[in-house]
Each structure stands twice: as structure tokens, then as C-alpha cells.
Design a protein around this ligand. Structure first.
Ligand code: DLL
Length: 433
């Protein structure tokens, strides 16, 4: 089933024309109503009239998270405050949070893209969806909530945390769909076993997991733990929230809702636009947003785009799972390492659980990496000799896959702090010094 066949299966040519029209109108609008953008465009020597087709997009300057911070809180809004019906904010780890605003139409559009996303995962009005993303300033909870209501599914707005209650309602209400971060899904799967809940009483069939990077290995573990099909959903508050892109049942990348969010991949160093298939930084222009459209917003997320029509019939471009964010990339003794690469190596092994932590430090002017990973109960109770063997195998796999040497610390199940939202997988002590 497809929620909006007209846009999701549109001929390329027609879509490009629509994108061109939308960008043109939007650029004029921000030029007229946002002093920051007027100045930015003037500094770049661009008049709104210079933008006539989608090919002109690359002439426009980028917008960065710093621009949002500099215009905190409402400086990039294009409409009077009276037209804003919702505010969300993302809690930056450094400095001020970034604030985003929505008009009534923005909320409608957002609900539609989330409805399209849920439909991709087979969700219908007959489903019961447990929304265990956080409700609040974070966009996950309310974003999924409105989309699920638009589909007509029954929503359980439980929010994140309160794990026992999650399991109880899952069983008592017969939730068929779970929406939360992949790390929380792994935790819930584990808690299901710990609480000795009879799996026959659990009706879950699908999971809508996103808001943080996760690997195929993590997907397999979650699917097995919960007995479901796990789908990847992507988004960021600056663009709309969840529902910028989503996997269909073919699971060959996430379809981007390009009629609203125009994607580009750039070389993060030079800003040059890269062709489909190349790895680079994802940039979005949310052209139809009323309250806060942005011109070429740099997400910092690294991925590739693919343009071929999908077997599901959708013509929308697909993005691969994100490798990570360029600001999450660790440089360890000169080698670039993404936490997701470590996750792949760890979770490929059946003895390890999907809970791990990377600790980076500097000793005697040398970077050192310690990887803590939990081991499945039955292996942990095994002989020390065997645990040593496992430790060596992980160390060797990390060295051969990533080209770095790491200290591996096997820890007992339940030792690493569980996350109810986005997991913190890295502690970089070098930054604290
Ligand atoms: O995380 C919105 C969201 C909520 C997406 C629920 C999916 C589900 P922010 O808090 O603004 O918004 O964080 C956005 O999270 O730039 C990515 O780095 C990361 N991210 C989001 N989805 C994925 C995903 C929400 N599926 C930032 N895979 C983005 C990898 C993701 N990273």
C-alpha cells in the first residue's frame, strides 16, 4: 500500500519541476521575510529571481546549525508568532539548543509524511502503535503520534522509559507496532525475557526505529529479540522531525519525501555537490515548510543517495543507512572511526549483546580506545579461557576491519547503562581534558 501514490511514484521530470517551483517560491519568501537570509543571499550576490529551476539550487549558500544558534530562538521564522502553533527544540550538547517552529499547515504536512512512513512499514488503521519515543521538545513522540493518528491507527502515547509499564501495556493492549529508538528497542527486547513474559501474548509485528545510527547487525538482534520486522526511519528537527525518509518493505534504503525535502550529497570539505552513489554529507532544503524553511541545511549526516526506482514502485530517491555524523567521527591515532563500524564488528558475533560503550582517552600523548561490550549470560558463565578467546577474537576483528588496536573489556550483562532515548555510545575523555 502507498499513502500518496501521486507524489511517491511521480515521474522524475515532473517531480523536478515541482521542486524547482517550490524552491523558487521559498527563496523569494525567505528573502522578503528573514533579514538573515536577505543578507546571506545579498552577500552571495544572489537575487531571488536568479532561481528559476531546481538546477539553480546549487547556486545558493548553505545553512548550518550555527546559523540557527546565531538566530536563537525565533530569528529564522518567516511568519508572525501568532501563526506558530508548535515549538520543538533539540538539546544541543554544546551551547544553546536549536529551536524549530511549525504553522498549522506544517503540522499537517508533517503528519502526512509520517503517515506515508508508517504505511511503508505496513501500518494501517487496524494497528495499535506504542509510541515509546520521548514526548516533549524532542520531535520523536509527537511526530509519530500525529502520523499514526492520520493513518487511523490506535496510538498508545506512552513516551520513553518506564520499561515495566511498556511491557505490561504491550501485552495487555496487544500493541502491534513499536516506535522508539533502536537502542531502547534492544533494551525492551531484553526486558521481555527478564520479566519472563510469554512471547505468545505479544502481538508486535513491526518496529519503527530511528533517531540514532544503527547497523544491520543491530537490526538482526532486535528482530530476533522482539520477533518483528524492524524498519529504519530518519529525520531531524531542523527539517521537520521524524519522517524525512523511511524504509519500505524492500529495505533497500530510506525513501526521501523529495516533494517536501530536497536532498543533496556534498563533499563536506569543499561543499561540491556529489553524484548519486558517492558518500558525503546530506543536505536538505525543506522547500514547503511555512514557519521555518531552510536553504540547503547541512545535516552533518554521512550517507549515499540512490536514484533507481525501487521494487515497491516508489520513484523517490533512497538514502543508505547513515554511517554516522561527521561530528561523531572519532580520530584515533589518525584513523577515522565511526561508532557504527565498531557496532558492526561487535554484533556480528553471537556472543555479544547490543550494549557497548567506547571510551577514548589520551595516555602519554597517544590516543587509546577501550571498547566495553556486554556478553550473553551463557558465555559469561563460561570458563575464563573461553572469555579470553572471545576477547582476542574481538580485538583481532576490530584491528582487521578498522585498522586500530583497542582494549576490549567484556562486561557482565546489564552493566552498561541502558538508554530510553538516544544512546550515548562514546565517551571521549580527550575532550574533557
Ligand atoms: O532524531 C528525529 C527523529 C525522531 C527521527 C524519531 C527518527 C525517529 P533530532 O533530535 O533533531 O531529530 O536528531 C537528528 O539524529 O541528524 C541524525 O544524526 C540522527 N538520526 C535521526 N534518525 C536517524 C536514523 C530526530 N534513522 C539527528 N539513522 C540526525 C541514523 C539518525 N541517524
Amino acid at each position: 500500500m502507498i499513502w500518496n501514490k501521486q507524489y511517491e511514484c511521480m515521474e522524475r521530470e515532473e517531480l523536478l519541476n515541482i521542486q524547482g517551483e517550490r524552491v523558487k517560491t521559498m527563496v523569494q519568501r525567505v528573502y522578503d521575510s528573514v533579514p538573515f537570509y536577505r543578507k546571506k543571499l545579498q552577500d552571495a550576490g544572489i537575487e531571488p529571481g536568479d532561481i528559476t529551476t531546481i538546477d539553480d539550487l546549487k547556486k545558493l549558500p548553505f545553512t548550518t546549525k550555527q546559523d540557527l544558534r546565531d538566530n536563537y530562538p525565533f530569528g529564522l521564522f518567516t511568519v508572525p508568532q501568532a501563526d506558530i502553533v508548535r515549538l520543538h527544540a533539540s538539546s544541543g550538547t554544546t551551547g544553546k539548543s536549536t529551536v524549530v517552529g511549525y504553522t498549522h499547515n506544517d503540522i499537517q504536512m508533517w503528519s502526512e509524511v509520517v503517515a506515508r512512513s508508517l504505511t511503508m512499514a505496513g501500518v494501517t488503521r487496524s494497528d495499535i502503535i506504542q509510541v515509546a519515543y520521548g514526548y516533549g521538545l524532542f520531535t520523536g513522540g509527537l511526530g509519530l503520534h500525529y502520523g499514526a493518528e492520520k493513518v487511523g491507527a490506535s496510538v498508545i502515547p506512552i513516551s520513553g522509559g518506564n520499561t515495566k509499564k511498556q511491557l505490561q501495556l504491550m501485552e495487555d493492549f496487544g500493541s502491534t507496532v513499536l516506535a522508539c529508538t533502536p537502542s531502547y528497542a534492544a533494551y525492551l527486547g531484553e526486558a521481555l525475557v527478564e520479566e519472563k513474559i510469554d512471547r505468545r501474548h505479544i502481538k508486535l509485528k513491526a518496529g519503527i526505529f530511528g533517531a540514532e545510527p544503527w547497523t544491520e547487525e543491530m537490526r538482526s538482534q532486535i528482530q530476533q529479540l522482539l520477533g518483528i520486522k524492524a524498519y529504519d526511519i530518519y529525520g531531524l528537527s531542523e527539517i521537520i522531525g521524524p519522517g524525512v525518509s523511511m524504509e519500505c518493505h524492500c529495505q533497500k534504503g530510506m525513501h526521501i519525501f523529495e516533494d517536501h525535502f530536497i536532498p543533496e550529497i556534498i563533499n563536506p570539505e569543499t561543499g561540491e555537490v556529489l553524484p548519486y552513489g558517492e558518500l558525503g554529507e546530506l543536505v536538505f532544503t525543506p522547500a514547503t515548510k511555512e514557519a521555518m524553511p531552510l536553504i540547503r541545511y547541512r545535516t552533518r549526516d554521512l550517507t549515499r543517495l540512490h536514484g533507481e526506482t525501487c521494487e515497491c514502485g516508489r520513484t523517490l530517491v533512497r538514502m543508505e543507512k547513515c554511517v554516522g555524523r561527521s561530528d561523531d567521527m572519532l580520530i584515533i591515532r589518525g584513523v577515522n572511526v565511526f561508532p557504527s563500524q565498531v557496532e558492526s564488528v561487535l554484533l556480528e558475533m553471537s556472543e555479544t549483546k547490543p550494549h557497548y560503550l567506547l571510551l577514548v582517552d589520551r595516555e602519554n600523548n597517544l590516543d587509546v580506545l577501550e571498547i566495553q561490550v556486554e556478553v550473553e549470560e551463557q558465555f559469561f558463565s563460561d570458563e575464563i579461557k573461553e572469555l579470553e578467546g572471545l576477547r582476542h577474537r574481538i580485538k583481532a576483528n576490530i584491528a582487521s576491519m578498522l585498522g586500530i588496536s583497542a582494549t576490549i573489556r567484556l562486561v557482565e550483562p546489564g552493566t552498561i547503562e541502558r538508554s530510553m532515548g538516544k544512546a550515548q555510545r562514546v565517551i571521549d575523555k580527550r575532550k574533557l581534558k
